[in-house]
Design a protein around this ligand. Structure first.
Ligand SMILES: CC(=O)CC(=O)SCCNC(=O)CCNC(=O)[C@H](O)C(C)(C)COP(=O)(O)OP(=O)(O)OC[C@H]1O[C@@H](n2cnc3c(N)ncnc32)[C@H](O)[C@@H]1OP(=O)(O)O
Length: 283
Protein backbone atom coordinates (compact mmCIF):
# COMPACT_ATOMS: atom_id res chain seq x y z
CA UNK A 1 0.00 0.00 0.00
CA UNK A 2 1.22 3.48 -0.84
CA UNK A 3 0.71 6.65 1.21
CA UNK A 4 -1.95 7.74 -1.30
CA UNK A 5 -5.23 7.34 0.58
CA UNK A 6 -7.41 10.33 -0.36
CA UNK A 7 -8.09 10.29 -4.11
CA UNK A 8 -9.93 12.89 -6.17
CA UNK A 9 -11.32 12.25 -9.64
CA UNK A 10 -12.47 15.15 -11.80
CA UNK A 11 -15.09 14.04 -14.32
CA UNK A 12 -17.54 11.24 -13.64
CA UNK A 13 -18.01 10.01 -17.23
CA UNK A 14 -17.04 6.64 -18.62
CA UNK A 15 -13.39 6.90 -17.60
CA UNK A 16 -13.73 9.00 -14.43
CA UNK A 17 -16.36 6.75 -12.90
CA UNK A 18 -14.27 3.69 -13.77
CA UNK A 19 -11.19 5.20 -12.09
CA UNK A 20 -13.28 6.14 -9.05
CA UNK A 21 -14.67 2.61 -8.92
CA UNK A 22 -11.31 0.81 -8.99
CA UNK A 23 -9.89 3.27 -6.43
CA UNK A 24 -12.84 2.75 -4.07
CA UNK A 25 -12.62 -1.02 -4.53
CA UNK A 26 -8.99 -0.72 -3.40
CA UNK A 27 -10.20 0.93 -0.17
CA UNK A 28 -9.35 4.51 -1.08
CA UNK A 29 -11.40 7.47 0.13
CA UNK A 30 -12.67 8.87 -3.19
CA UNK A 31 -14.28 12.18 -4.14
CA UNK A 32 -15.59 12.54 -7.71
CA UNK A 33 -16.23 16.08 -8.95
CA UNK A 34 -18.75 16.77 -11.69
CA UNK A 35 -19.81 20.09 -13.17
CA UNK A 36 -23.56 20.20 -12.42
CA UNK A 37 -26.21 18.58 -10.23
CA UNK A 38 -27.49 16.58 -13.21
CA UNK A 39 -23.99 15.32 -13.98
CA UNK A 40 -23.51 14.38 -10.30
CA UNK A 41 -26.66 12.23 -10.49
CA UNK A 42 -25.54 10.63 -13.76
CA UNK A 43 -22.10 9.79 -12.33
CA UNK A 44 -23.63 8.33 -9.16
CA UNK A 45 -26.01 6.19 -11.23
CA UNK A 46 -23.15 4.98 -13.42
CA UNK A 47 -21.12 3.99 -10.36
CA UNK A 48 -24.06 2.25 -8.72
CA UNK A 49 -24.94 0.30 -11.87
CA UNK A 50 -21.35 -0.84 -12.39
CA UNK A 51 -20.87 -1.86 -8.75
CA UNK A 52 -24.20 -3.73 -8.60
CA UNK A 53 -23.13 -5.61 -11.71
CA UNK A 54 -19.78 -6.46 -10.10
CA UNK A 55 -21.64 -7.62 -6.98
CA UNK A 56 -24.06 -9.78 -8.99
CA UNK A 57 -21.10 -11.42 -10.75
CA UNK A 58 -19.45 -12.13 -7.41
CA UNK A 59 -16.47 -9.83 -8.04
CA UNK A 60 -17.12 -7.79 -4.91
CA UNK A 61 -18.93 -8.70 -1.72
CA UNK A 62 -21.00 -5.56 -1.36
CA UNK A 63 -21.64 -2.71 -3.79
CA UNK A 64 -22.89 -0.57 -0.90
CA UNK A 65 -19.65 -1.03 1.03
CA UNK A 66 -17.65 0.24 -1.98
CA UNK A 67 -20.11 3.07 -2.63
CA UNK A 68 -19.58 4.19 0.98
CA UNK A 69 -15.99 5.07 -0.03
CA UNK A 70 -17.16 7.45 -2.79
CA UNK A 71 -18.68 10.94 -2.62
CA UNK A 72 -19.84 12.64 -5.83
CA UNK A 73 -19.96 16.44 -5.57
CA UNK A 74 -20.13 19.47 -7.85
CA UNK A 75 -17.58 21.64 -6.04
CA UNK A 76 -13.91 21.40 -7.04
CA UNK A 77 -12.73 22.99 -3.78
CA UNK A 78 -13.71 19.76 -1.96
CA UNK A 79 -10.47 18.31 -3.35
CA UNK A 80 -8.29 20.48 -1.07
CA UNK A 81 -7.15 17.59 1.17
CA UNK A 82 -6.45 14.99 -1.56
CA UNK A 83 -3.15 13.07 -1.87
CA UNK A 84 -3.72 12.51 -5.59
CA UNK A 85 -6.18 13.99 -8.07
CA UNK A 86 -6.82 12.30 -11.42
CA UNK A 87 -8.38 14.44 -14.13
CA UNK A 88 -10.74 12.64 -16.52
CA UNK A 89 -12.69 15.42 -18.27
CA UNK A 90 -13.21 15.92 -22.02
CA UNK A 91 -10.20 15.67 -24.36
CA UNK A 92 -9.90 19.44 -24.76
CA UNK A 93 -6.58 21.13 -24.17
CA UNK A 94 -7.99 24.46 -22.99
CA UNK A 95 -10.44 22.81 -20.58
CA UNK A 96 -7.67 20.63 -19.15
CA UNK A 97 -5.10 23.41 -18.72
CA UNK A 98 -7.72 25.63 -17.01
CA UNK A 99 -8.55 22.75 -14.68
CA UNK A 100 -4.90 22.07 -13.79
CA UNK A 101 -4.43 25.78 -12.99
CA UNK A 102 -7.41 25.62 -10.59
CA UNK A 103 -6.38 22.29 -9.04
CA UNK A 104 -2.93 23.70 -8.33
CA UNK A 105 -4.55 26.49 -6.29
CA UNK A 106 -7.06 24.22 -4.53
CA UNK A 107 -5.04 21.11 -3.55
CA UNK A 108 -3.09 22.17 -0.46
CA UNK A 109 -0.42 19.49 0.11
CA UNK A 110 2.70 20.30 -1.94
CA UNK A 111 3.32 16.54 -2.13
CA UNK A 112 -0.06 15.84 -3.74
CA UNK A 113 0.10 14.41 -7.26
CA UNK A 114 -1.96 16.00 -10.05
CA UNK A 115 -2.50 13.34 -12.72
CA UNK A 116 -4.28 13.35 -16.05
CA UNK A 117 -6.07 10.48 -17.73
CA UNK A 118 -5.61 12.22 -21.09
CA UNK A 119 -5.13 9.89 -24.06
CA UNK A 120 -3.23 12.28 -26.22
CA UNK A 121 -2.64 15.79 -24.87
CA UNK A 122 1.02 16.45 -23.96
CA UNK A 123 1.50 16.25 -20.18
CA UNK A 124 3.95 19.14 -20.35
CA UNK A 125 1.14 21.50 -21.38
CA UNK A 126 -0.75 20.58 -18.20
CA UNK A 127 2.40 20.65 -16.02
CA UNK A 128 3.33 24.20 -16.98
CA UNK A 129 -0.17 25.42 -16.09
CA UNK A 130 0.76 24.64 -12.46
CA UNK A 131 3.43 25.77 -10.00
CA UNK A 132 4.25 22.11 -9.25
CA UNK A 133 5.32 20.58 -12.58
CA UNK A 134 7.43 18.01 -10.69
CA UNK A 135 4.18 16.55 -9.29
CA UNK A 136 2.22 16.35 -12.56
CA UNK A 137 2.11 13.25 -14.78
CA UNK A 138 -0.12 11.21 -17.06
CA UNK A 139 -1.84 8.14 -15.61
CA UNK A 140 -3.81 6.73 -18.52
CA UNK A 141 -6.40 3.99 -17.91
CA UNK A 142 -8.27 1.87 -20.48
CA UNK A 143 -11.98 1.36 -20.99
CA UNK A 144 -13.66 -0.54 -19.34
CA UNK A 145 -11.44 0.49 -16.42
CA UNK A 146 -12.59 -2.27 -14.04
CA UNK A 147 -11.69 -4.91 -16.67
CA UNK A 148 -8.56 -3.76 -18.47
CA UNK A 149 -5.30 -4.22 -16.58
CA UNK A 150 -3.16 -1.60 -18.28
CA UNK A 151 -2.18 1.89 -17.15
CA UNK A 152 0.24 4.04 -19.14
CA UNK A 153 2.49 6.15 -16.90
CA UNK A 154 3.59 9.32 -18.64
CA UNK A 155 6.08 11.60 -16.91
CA UNK A 156 6.81 14.91 -18.61
CA UNK A 157 10.37 16.25 -18.86
CA UNK A 158 9.68 18.08 -15.58
CA UNK A 159 8.14 15.22 -13.55
CA UNK A 160 10.20 14.17 -10.51
CA UNK A 161 11.19 10.51 -10.52
CA UNK A 162 9.68 10.17 -7.03
CA UNK A 163 6.30 11.27 -8.42
CA UNK A 164 6.40 8.60 -11.13
CA UNK A 165 7.37 5.94 -8.60
CA UNK A 166 4.57 6.93 -6.20
CA UNK A 167 2.09 6.80 -9.08
CA UNK A 168 3.49 3.40 -10.13
CA UNK A 169 2.96 2.14 -6.58
CA UNK A 170 -0.60 3.45 -6.61
CA UNK A 171 -1.60 1.78 -9.89
CA UNK A 172 0.33 -1.47 -9.37
CA UNK A 173 0.31 -2.16 -5.63
CA UNK A 174 -2.93 -0.43 -4.65
CA UNK A 175 -5.11 -0.91 -7.74
CA UNK A 176 -3.55 -4.14 -9.02
CA UNK A 177 -2.99 -2.84 -12.56
CA UNK A 178 0.10 -3.23 -14.77
CA UNK A 179 1.98 -0.05 -15.65
CA UNK A 180 3.99 0.61 -18.79
CA UNK A 181 6.25 3.65 -19.18
CA UNK A 182 5.62 6.03 -22.06
CA UNK A 183 7.28 9.13 -23.39
CA UNK A 184 5.27 12.35 -23.32
CA UNK A 185 4.23 12.17 -26.99
CA UNK A 186 0.65 12.38 -28.25
CA UNK A 187 -1.02 8.97 -28.12
CA UNK A 188 1.62 7.44 -25.82
CA UNK A 189 2.02 3.76 -26.78
CA UNK A 190 -1.45 2.27 -27.17
CA UNK A 191 -3.37 5.04 -28.92
CA UNK A 192 -0.49 5.85 -31.27
CA UNK A 193 -1.04 2.32 -32.66
CA UNK A 194 -4.76 1.82 -32.02
CA UNK A 195 -6.18 5.05 -33.47
CA UNK A 196 -4.63 4.69 -36.98
CA UNK A 197 -5.91 1.09 -36.96
CA UNK A 198 -9.47 2.25 -36.16
CA UNK A 199 -9.26 5.10 -38.71
CA UNK A 200 -8.13 2.58 -41.37
CA UNK A 201 -11.13 0.39 -40.57
CA UNK A 202 -13.44 3.42 -40.96
CA UNK A 203 -11.82 4.23 -44.33
CA UNK A 204 -12.31 0.63 -45.40
CA UNK A 205 -16.00 0.83 -44.51
CA UNK A 206 -16.36 4.27 -46.11
CA UNK A 207 -14.91 3.08 -49.41
CA UNK A 208 -17.37 0.17 -49.58
CA UNK A 209 -14.53 -2.32 -49.38
CA UNK A 210 -16.28 -4.42 -46.71
CA UNK A 211 -19.20 -4.19 -44.28
CA UNK A 212 -18.80 -3.17 -40.64
CA UNK A 213 -19.77 -6.66 -39.54
CA UNK A 214 -17.21 -8.31 -41.83
CA UNK A 215 -14.41 -5.92 -40.86
CA UNK A 216 -15.05 -6.60 -37.18
CA UNK A 217 -15.50 -10.32 -37.61
CA UNK A 218 -12.23 -10.36 -39.52
CA UNK A 219 -10.42 -9.14 -36.44
CA UNK A 220 -12.32 -11.15 -33.86
CA UNK A 221 -11.94 -14.45 -35.71
CA UNK A 222 -8.79 -13.73 -37.71
CA UNK A 223 -6.64 -11.96 -35.14
CA UNK A 224 -8.26 -12.96 -31.83
CA UNK A 225 -9.16 -9.40 -30.80
CA UNK A 226 -11.99 -9.36 -28.21
CA UNK A 227 -13.91 -7.03 -30.51
CA UNK A 228 -13.37 -5.53 -33.96
CA UNK A 229 -12.12 -1.98 -34.59
CA UNK A 230 -15.55 -0.48 -35.37
CA UNK A 231 -17.22 -1.99 -32.29
CA UNK A 232 -14.25 -0.73 -30.30
CA UNK A 233 -14.67 2.80 -31.73
CA UNK A 234 -18.30 2.64 -30.56
CA UNK A 235 -17.06 1.67 -27.08
CA UNK A 236 -14.45 4.45 -26.92
CA UNK A 237 -16.95 7.00 -28.32
CA UNK A 238 -16.63 8.43 -31.82
CA UNK A 239 -16.14 11.98 -30.49
CA UNK A 240 -13.26 10.79 -28.29
CA UNK A 241 -11.82 8.75 -31.17
CA UNK A 242 -11.85 11.85 -33.37
CA UNK A 243 -10.40 14.07 -30.62
CA UNK A 244 -7.48 11.67 -30.15
CA UNK A 245 -6.93 11.53 -33.93
CA UNK A 246 -6.81 15.34 -34.01
CA UNK A 247 -4.23 15.47 -31.21
CA UNK A 248 -2.10 12.86 -33.00
CA UNK A 249 -2.33 14.80 -36.27
CA UNK A 250 -1.48 18.05 -34.48
CA UNK A 251 1.64 16.41 -33.01
CA UNK A 252 2.97 14.42 -35.99
CA UNK A 253 1.23 15.88 -39.10
CA UNK A 254 0.98 12.37 -40.56
CA UNK A 255 -1.95 11.73 -42.96
CA UNK A 256 -2.62 8.40 -41.26
CA UNK A 257 -3.95 10.31 -38.24
CA UNK A 258 -6.54 12.39 -40.16
CA UNK A 259 -10.19 11.71 -39.38
CA UNK A 260 -12.03 10.22 -42.39
CA UNK A 261 -15.12 12.20 -43.54
CA UNK A 262 -17.45 9.40 -42.37
CA UNK A 263 -16.16 9.80 -38.80
CA UNK A 264 -16.64 13.57 -38.98
CA UNK A 265 -20.22 13.22 -40.29
CA UNK A 266 -21.13 10.70 -37.59
CA UNK A 267 -19.79 12.95 -34.83
CA UNK A 268 -21.65 15.94 -36.33
CA UNK A 269 -24.84 13.83 -36.36
CA UNK A 270 -24.40 12.89 -32.70
CA UNK A 271 -23.89 9.21 -33.60
CA UNK A 272 -21.22 8.75 -30.96
CA UNK A 273 -21.40 5.00 -30.34
CA UNK A 274 -22.64 3.11 -27.29
CA UNK A 275 -23.16 6.18 -25.15
CA UNK A 276 -25.76 7.65 -27.55
CA UNK A 277 -27.25 4.31 -28.62
CA UNK A 278 -25.94 4.43 -32.17
CA UNK A 279 -22.57 4.49 -33.89
CA UNK A 280 -21.40 1.88 -36.37
CA UNK A 281 -23.95 -0.36 -34.61
CA UNK A 282 -27.25 0.28 -32.84
CA UNK A 283 -27.45 -0.48 -29.08
C1 LIG B 1 -9.29 5.60 -25.94
C2 LIG B 1 -8.25 5.45 -24.93
O1 LIG B 1 -7.60 6.40 -24.60
C3 LIG B 1 -7.90 4.18 -24.33
C4 LIG B 1 -8.89 3.12 -24.41
O2 LIG B 1 -9.66 2.94 -23.51
S1 LIG B 1 -8.83 2.24 -25.81
C5 LIG B 1 -10.04 1.01 -25.56
C6 LIG B 1 -9.44 -0.18 -24.90
N1 LIG B 1 -10.47 -1.16 -24.71
C7 LIG B 1 -10.52 -2.26 -25.45
O3 LIG B 1 -9.69 -2.52 -26.30
C8 LIG B 1 -11.71 -3.15 -25.12
C9 LIG B 1 -11.66 -4.42 -25.90
N2 LIG B 1 -12.85 -5.19 -25.60
C10 LIG B 1 -12.96 -6.00 -24.53
O4 LIG B 1 -12.05 -6.15 -23.72
C11 LIG B 1 -14.25 -6.76 -24.40
O5 LIG B 1 -14.90 -6.77 -25.65
C12 LIG B 1 -15.23 -6.13 -23.34
C13 LIG B 1 -14.61 -6.28 -21.93
C14 LIG B 1 -15.56 -4.70 -23.61
C15 LIG B 1 -16.54 -6.90 -23.37
O6 LIG B 1 -16.26 -8.26 -23.27
P1 LIG B 1 -17.33 -9.39 -23.72
O7 LIG B 1 -16.70 -10.69 -23.43
O8 LIG B 1 -17.84 -9.09 -25.07
O9 LIG B 1 -18.57 -9.06 -22.84
P2 LIG B 1 -18.95 -9.61 -21.42
O10 LIG B 1 -19.03 -11.10 -21.40
O11 LIG B 1 -20.17 -8.82 -21.07
O12 LIG B 1 -17.76 -9.13 -20.49
C16 LIG B 1 -16.58 -9.86 -20.22
C17 LIG B 1 -16.16 -9.55 -18.81
O13 LIG B 1 -15.89 -8.14 -18.68
C18 LIG B 1 -16.78 -7.55 -17.72
N3 LIG B 1 -17.22 -6.26 -18.24
C19 LIG B 1 -17.59 -5.95 -19.50
N4 LIG B 1 -17.87 -4.64 -19.60
C20 LIG B 1 -17.68 -4.11 -18.37
C21 LIG B 1 -17.80 -2.82 -17.86
N5 LIG B 1 -18.17 -1.77 -18.59
N6 LIG B 1 -17.52 -2.62 -16.54
C22 LIG B 1 -17.14 -3.67 -15.76
N7 LIG B 1 -17.00 -4.92 -16.21
C23 LIG B 1 -17.27 -5.14 -17.50
C24 LIG B 1 -17.92 -8.50 -17.58
O14 LIG B 1 -18.48 -8.40 -16.28
C25 LIG B 1 -17.28 -9.85 -17.82
O15 LIG B 1 -16.64 -10.31 -16.66
P3 LIG B 1 -16.67 -11.87 -16.25
O16 LIG B 1 -16.41 -12.64 -17.51
O17 LIG B 1 -15.56 -11.99 -15.25
O18 LIG B 1 -18.01 -12.09 -15.69
Amino acid sequence: MTDIQRVGVVGGGLMGSGIAEVSARAGKDVIVVESSAAAVDAARNRLEASLKRAESRGKIESADAVLANIRVVDDLTELADRDMVIEAIIEDEQAKTDLFRRLDEIVTSPEAILASNTSSIPIMKLAVATKRPTHVLGVHFFNPVPVLKLVELVPSLMTAEATTERARGFVQDDLGKNAIDCQDRAGFVVNALLIPFILSAIRMLESGFATAEDIDQGFVLGAAHPQGPLALADLIGLDTTRAIAESLYEEFKEPLYTAPPLLNRMVEAGLLGRKTGRGFYTY
